[in-house]
Design a protein around this ligand. Structure first.
Ligand code: ZN
Length: 217
């Protein structure tokens, strides 16, 4: 039997936790009708599904990216880098310098280096809420999904509901934990205002439903 979702309990219901009576599927716990979006048939790879889902850009990709380029791509940039490195020699936890270097290397296309500096900021326990989306994108690119989950649980109060669910879903998907991913995609769906994004989430839900419906070998 297909997995369905209970909106009020916020959980996936399986064979054991679904009540079926006269074609109606209800939650075992609260007796409310369950949500089901069907299944996406065909054998598609996780990679192609994720690419289509466009995990990095929950809102507006180009604008986000341009914002970073605009601020950090200027002729004085190397002076800034030298200055920051100098500051870090005496004050290795200097947040502003770490942030500056991270974004500088991002603009230069060096994901590893920019992630290195964001990791430092995170390690010194400074508040990174304003850089959350940026930091998480770097972690997604490097496939460090467990780190994203740890980060989200640490900062769950300072991230918008939809974004939190969205990133949890992506991370669990990346870790091949499909049921957890499905659970968070349902929550993302119900807290998303953007119609285009909702359509993509629905597709993910249908895709994961198809995977999870397959009999276990
Ligand atoms: Zn329920």
């Amino acid at each position: 039997m297909s997995l369905r979702y209970c909106l009020s309990c916020k959980k996936i219901c399986d064979k054991q936790t679904t009540l079926v009576s006269t074609q109606v599927f209800q939650c075992h716990t609260c007796r409310k009708p369950l949500v089901y979006f069907g299944r996406e048939e065909g054998s598609i790879s996780i990679e192609s599904v994720l690419a289509d889902y466009d995990a990095l850009n929950p809102y507006n990709p180009i604008a986000d990216f341009k914002g970073i380029i605009k601020d950090y791509e200027n002729p004085q940039i190397d002076m800034g880098v030298i200055e920051c490195e100098e500051i870090l020699k005496h004050d290795p936890d200097n947040q502003e310098s770490l942030r500056y270097l991270s974004k500088h290397y991002w603009a230069k296309g060096s994901v590893e280096k920019s992630l290195f500096y964001m990791d430092k900021i995170n390690q010194i326990n400074s508040v990174i809420s304003e850089d959350m989306g940026y930091y998480i994108n770097l972690l997604i690119i490097q496939k460090r999904y467990q780190a994203i989950i740890t980060l989200l649980s640490k900062y769950q109060d300072s991230i918008a509901k939809f974004l939190g669910y969205h990133y949890y879903a992506i991370s669990y998907l990346g870790l091949n934990q499909f049921k957890e991913a499905l659970n968070y995609f349902y929550q993302a769906y119900h807290s998303c205002d953007d119609m285009k994004r909702k359509k993509k989430i629905k597709k993910m839900i249908r895709y994961l439903s198809a995977i999870l419906d397959q009999p276990t070998q």
